[in-house]
Design a protein. Structure first.
Length: 152
């Protein structure tokens, strides 16, 4: 599993919108998010478009326009955000780039594939259990939530 810059930026943007929404500040312009989070403006626009298409953010046009979360932060999971931005959370190379058509076919005999499927399921379960609201907490609280010690 590889976490891309695109995914990282999507999470940063979503957390930014969640924090702004708590104070009731209204829609946030994309360029403001880009400036405050020090992210490339064109990436921010593209990511917001994907998040909007997935129903995670909404937009308002005009001079006071911008973006805001479509749901409460506690109702949006990391998995939702990653799926919206990347269309998947876990890419299985054997399915996207098969090495051997016979072995890698869905009915093929491959003892590795079940391990990748189990790993994907566990990754998806973990990402689905962590909400944007959780990510607004302090790092040590998130470490406790996911079950790791602060010395990692």
């Amino acid at each position: 599993m590889r976490i891309t810059t695109w995914t990282e930026y999507s999470l940063i943007i979503s957390i930014h919108l969640a924090r702004r929404g708590v104070g009731g500040h209204g829609p946030v312009p994309a360029r403001e998010i880009a400036e405050q989070e020090r992210l490339p403006g064109d990436y921010v626009e593209q990511i917001l478009l994907r998040l909007r298409r997935a129903g995670l953010v909404e937009s308002v046009r005009g001079a006071r326009g911008g973006y805001y979360l479509a749901r409460e932060p506690g109702q949006i999971s990391m998995r939702d955000i990653m799926t919206a931005s990347e269309h998947q959370t876990f890419e299985m190379n054997c399915e996207t780039h098969p090495v051997d058509d016979e072995r890698c076919a869905p009915g093929g005999a491959c003892s590795i594939r079940p391990v990748w499927h189990a790993l994907q399921q566990r990754v998806d379960e973990l990402l689905g259990s962590i909400s944007l609201g959780d990510l607004m907490k302090h790092e040590t609280q998130v470490q406790e939530l996911v079950g790791i010690s602060s010395t990692v």
